[in-house]
Design a protein around this ligand. Structure first.
Ligand code: SF4
Ligand code: SF4
Length: 392
């Protein structure tokens, strides 16, 4: 169902990928090759799971209906009126952890869109018809009432910056904005943005923050299918930016970065979006930041799905670590299905432990929250920029 005068949402929004009536159109739809979940034509027996190429819900449940291609086909059948939206279909659509792997691996479309886009559109369809899933209702209400997925009171937004001597955009002029993100609202998720702000101050950067006027970027609204909420938050954030004449947004969270890049695509690239690790890498490469204190540790770095696959940022965090003397670098979704989310985080943690690392570094407060909840496996984790701060 579409509201009068509003942009299409749900399956209507992606209908060009779902029609597939003529043969020429079918070639741009799913061809069932299986590449999207690591079991493509080269491994049709599915007997050798790729170590990196895992669709978490499929690896966890081992049922074909939990593959990205099945989600695409289910959405197509709903779009054509062949199947209703059932509780089982909702369960499958919301088991996807938004890891973006299928999006990266599926080559059937040449326009950058893939199976995960269909899953998101199907979630929008579900929300438009039946409302948010009961388990996501608090997130939905939190966004509507507090502009925050965890319903943190608006007055507490920006508390992470207390005592740092930062400037608020509403009280000054600046061309660079540091966007903290909702994770910074919780004591457990603010170490990364604090370290980023300190590193920027140390390098003499001129920047401002939004403080208590900052709103959620809309990540959860986008990924869970609350399209109208996403559009509202995006419009509010963009209006504030454009009013203040911001030319560059430095984002502290990998997931916010993915969403801010969506904004930039739609807004016509009137401003640059860059993650804190990319920014700090530039400061290091230009000599404005220099790590002088050795940190003798064996560490590994965990690529967050949204900063890595979503934004292609892989080199910057590793380059920062290589600039710290003494470091030995070894490479190696929690709301709807806690058991799957825990299995997924534990699987990443096991891979980190196999490298022999003493510490796992991340650039995502959301990943760090998942890892911190795993007390039994044993590799401690820390935000990469918080770790780098000690080497100055
Ligand atoms: S979604 Fe893409 S990669 Fe997956 S089976 Fe279909 S065409 Fe192949
Ligand atoms: S984005 Fe979802 S469907 Fe795609 S690989 Fe990840 S969990 Fe599977």
């Amino acid at each position: 169902m579409q509201d009068e005068g509003k942009k299409p949402i749900g399956l209507e929004r992606v209908k060009q990928w779902l029609y597939a009536k003529g043969l020429d159109q079918r070639s741009s739809g799913c061809v069932l090759c299986g590449s999207c979940y690591g079991h493509g034509p080269a491994n049709p027996m599915e007997d050798v799971p790729g170590p990196k190429e895992k669709c978490p819900p499929y690896e966890f449940y081992k049922f074909q209906r939990h593959t990205p291609k099945s989600r695409w086909l289910m959405a197509q059948r709903v779009f054509h009126g062949l199947d209703p939206i059932t509780p089982e279909l909702k369960e499958v659509m919301y088991a996807c952890t938004n890891c973006l792997m299928c999006q990266e691996l599926c080559g059937v479309r040449g326009d950058g869109y893939g199976p995960w886009d269909i899953t998101v559109a199907m979630r929008e369809e579900i929300t438009a018809k039946d409302g948010p899933m009961a388990v996501h209702r608090p997130i939905y209400d939190g966004l509507q009432q507090h502009d925050n997925p965890w319903a943190q009171p608006k007055a507490e937004r920006g508390a992470w910056a207390q005592g740092l001597g930062l400037t608020k955009l509403s009280e000054s002029k600046a061309s660079t904005l540091l966007f903290a993100g909702c994770s910074a609202d919780r004591a457990s998720g603010r170490s990364g943005v604090i370290a980023l702000a300190q590193l920027m101050q140390q390098a003499g950067e001129d920047f401002a923050i939004l403080g208590d006027e900052e709103k959620c970027c809309g990540l959860y609204a986008f990924d869970l299918g609350f399209r109208r909420e996403y559009e509202r938050l995006k419009d509010d954030n963009l209006a504030r930016l454009q009013h203040a004449g911001i030319k560059r947004v430095v984002v502290a969270c990998g997931s916010c970065q993915r969403i801010w890049r969506e904004y930039a695509k739609e807004a016509g690239a009137g401003f640059q979006v860059i993650h804190g690790v990319e920014y700090v890498e530039q400061l290091v490469q230009s000599g404005r930041l220099k790590f002088t204190k050795p940190v003798n540790k064996k560490v590994t770095y965990h690529d967050s799905c949204h900063l890595g696959r979503g934004c292609g940022v892989y080199a910057a965090p590793r380059n920062i670590l290589r600039a710290i003397p003494g470091i030995q670098l070894v490479d190696g979704v929690p709301e709807a299905d806690p058991a799957l989310a825990e299995w997924n985080a534990a699987d990443r943690m096991r891979e980190a432990a196999e490298t022999g690392a003493e510490l796992m570094l991340t650039s995502s407060a959301l990943c760090q929250r998942s890892f911190n909840e795993l007390k039994s496996i044993g590799v401690p984790s820390q935000d990469l920029l918080e770790f780098a701060w000690q080497a100055l």
